[in-house]
Ligand binder design. Structure first.
Ligand code: ADP
Length: 582
């Protein structure tokens, strides 16, 4: 029941709704006692031959009034209690989402997307269940159960009450036992189903590969096995489910049997009237639900507790990189200066960057080259403040980048990542992502600069063409150029191209770079590339090897070195020549 204490902050916040709901629930619990009593009185009047139509009418009116009031009141508490529970899940969902957006890439690296989705859906549902159904069951089973037992014992017979109640604890215990079993098996069945879903999706997406390698038979076999697994697990759910109702019926039956058997003897011995026995058995009928509910309650609360812990842990996860209290609310501009002695990724031992010292003047272009894994992307991520914890400083406009609000820093940096991501939306929406209100002219200008305008025009629906699974499939180069157009929409102070031209041909690359140079005067550009022609006109070129700067200078300076740069450049020139049959 500790989860109710954990949720106290919310109950307090929604005090009015909960208190009204609970008060109404208590009134209903009392009103429920009226009909069985009335039925007993009427039966006794019939037996005594005292019933007149006037008296009957009076009782019927009372019954109707109780029935109608309960109808209305039940509506009210449902709205109050279940309505508040929905508010709780909305609140937690929004908090989670807000939290997710603040987390750094290392958070997402450690977790599977599927798990995060499960927290945001299943766990919130279980918590909502606790705050709604759980509170209801708790109050209702205690109040209704308590009132009914008191009414039976005080107004009819405490002896008979004790006898009739003997089987009830078993009912609560069994409900709890079956409930837990059912939940466990249901969970397994769901997992199996979700695995089957993954499998299906993967097989359909990868059907070309499967066919190319002639693996259809194997794939069908593994699908059959998984499908069989789903069936078995669902059957095991059905088995528990099938035991549940008959078991409850037997226990309830025993309770009724005991009441009628002993009750009849009390009637014969004159301890009870026949009408009282009728009332008693009707009361007993009212007890079934609270006893069942009590068993379920443990289940609901147990699940709620586990889910709440998971969500609370997620929310408690520290935002690793956040604004300092006095962070500057301005977009940084100016020179960029790296003074990093060492940087190591979280949970790693070996530093990935060492002795990175250089200055990039505003408006200049920086080229960063080196083997795969030499640290090029890492250098950019440090500038983007996706990772921290380095020894040294990164200055932007003369101030450490941590001194700016994160949002402002990122507004200055137009980053085009290697693994470009396009949303399943129109091309225009993808380009105008950072500025949805942008007009057509601005979008087209960005697209032209990125040399993708003409391609887009050729699609039948032009800029309204939808990309992604439900739309047109674009080539790697087209996706890269759309990503560049998206970054250009921000008119960023610094444009960062992280190997973003790898899938376009050398000629297009040259045209894009030329257009950028002409249109982004006084604005800084950082380019990492494998093809050295992409950076040969840069104001400064860094060659990284194993996280260290091994060469530094302009193209001409580096060509005079007998180093990696010169060798690589010559080789690539040669390859180019061979490719063009020269
Ligand atoms: P490049 O862009 O030059 O190919 P990266 O900067 O991506 O190189 O990677 C440099 C080194 O850092 C590699 O050894 C890579 O395995 C490691 N690395 C990259 N990202 C992470 C990360 N998030 N956590 C731990 N190590 C990483």
């Amino acid at each position: 029941m500790r989860v109710f204490l954990d949720l106290m902050w919310f109950f307090k916040q929604e005090k009015k709704s909960y208190l009204t709901g609970i008060a109404v629930l208590l009134v209903v619990a009392v009103l429920q006692l009226i009909p069985p009593r009335v039925i007993g009185i009427v039966v006794d009047s019939i037996k005594e031959g005292e019933l007149t139509s006037g008296i009957l009418l009076k009782w019927v009116v009372i019954l109707a009034a109780a029935g109608i009031s309960m109808y209305g009141l039940r509506y009210i508490w449902r709205i109050m209690i279940f309505g508040s529970a929905v508010k709780l899940s909305k609140l937690l969902r929004n908090n989670l989402y807000h939290h997710f957006t603040k987390m750094t890439p290392s958070f997402y690296q450690k977790r599977r997307v599927g798990d995060l989705m499960a927290h945001a859906t299943n766990d919130l549902q279980a918590i909502q269940m606790t705050a709604g159904q759980g509170v209801l069951t708790f109050v209702d089973s205690l109040a209704t159960g308590g009132f009914v037992i008191i009414a039976m014992a005080a107004t009819i017979s405490w002896k008979l009450t004790l006898i009739a109640l003997i089987p009830m604890p078993f009912m609560a215990l069994l409900t709890n036992y079956y409930g837990t079993l059912l939940h466990k098996r249901f969970h397994k069945a769901q997992e199996a189903f979700s695995d089957l879903n993954d499998k299906t999706q993967e097989s359909v997406s990868g059907i070309k590969v499967i066919k190319t390698f002639g693996q259809e038979k194997e794939d069908i076999e593994s699908f059959r096995e998984q499908s069989e697994d789903v069936v078995q697990k669902n059957i095991s759910v059905a088995k528990v489910d099938s035991l549940f109702d008959p078991t409850i019926s037997i226990i309830v039956g025993i309770s009724f049997f005991l009441s009628v058997a002993f009750g009849s003897r009390f009637v014969i011995s004159g301890e009870l009237t026949i009408g009282e026995l009728v009332s008693f058995t009707t009361y007993l009928g009212l007890l079934i639900w609270p006893m069942l509910a009590f068993g379920w309650l443990f289940n609901i609360v147990e699940r709620g507790r586990a889910s709440y812990d998971r969500v609370a842990n997620l929310l408690a996860e520290k935002v690793e990189i956040d604004d300092t209290p006095d962070a500057l609310n301005i977009k940084p501009t100016g020179d960029i200066q790296f003074n990093i002695d060492q940087f190591t990724y979280p949970d790693e031992d070996e530093p990935v960057l060492r002795n990175i010292h250089f200055t990039l003047k505003r408006g200049e272009t920086l080229g960063v080259v080196g083997k795969t894994g030499s640290g090029k992307t890492t250098l950019l991520k440090v500038l983007l403040r996706e990772f921290e914890g380095y020894e040294g400083e990164v200055l932007f406009g003369g101030r450490p980048i941590k001194n700016y609000k994160l949002e402002k820093l990122r507004e200055s940096l137009g980053y085009v990542p290697q693994d470009h991501f396009l949303f399943s939306a129109a091309i225009s929406e993808n380009i105008a992502f950072t500025n949805p209100m942008a007009d057509k002219g601005t979008i087209e200008k960005a697209a032209s600069l990125a040399h993708i305008h003409q391609d887009i025009e050729q699609f039948t629906e032009g800029y309204q063409t939808v990309v992604g699974e439900r739309g047109v499939s674009l080539s790697g180069g087209q996706k890269q150029r759309i990503s560049i157009a998206r970054a250009l929409m921000m008119e960023p102070e610094v444009l960062i191209l992280d190997d973003s031209l790898s899938a376009v041909d050398a000629k297009t690359e040259e045209s894009i770079l030329k257009a950028l140079k002409e249109n982004r005067e006084d604005k800084t550009t950082i380019i990492t590339a494998h093809r050295l022609s992409a950076i040969q006109h840069a104001s400064l070129i860094l060659v990284l090897d194993n996280g260290e700067i091994t060469e530094k200078g302009t193209h001409e300076e580096l060509m005079r070195n007998e180093g990696w740069y010169r060798e690589m450049y010559m080789r690539q020139q040669l390859e180019e020549l061979v490719e063009h049959g020269g």
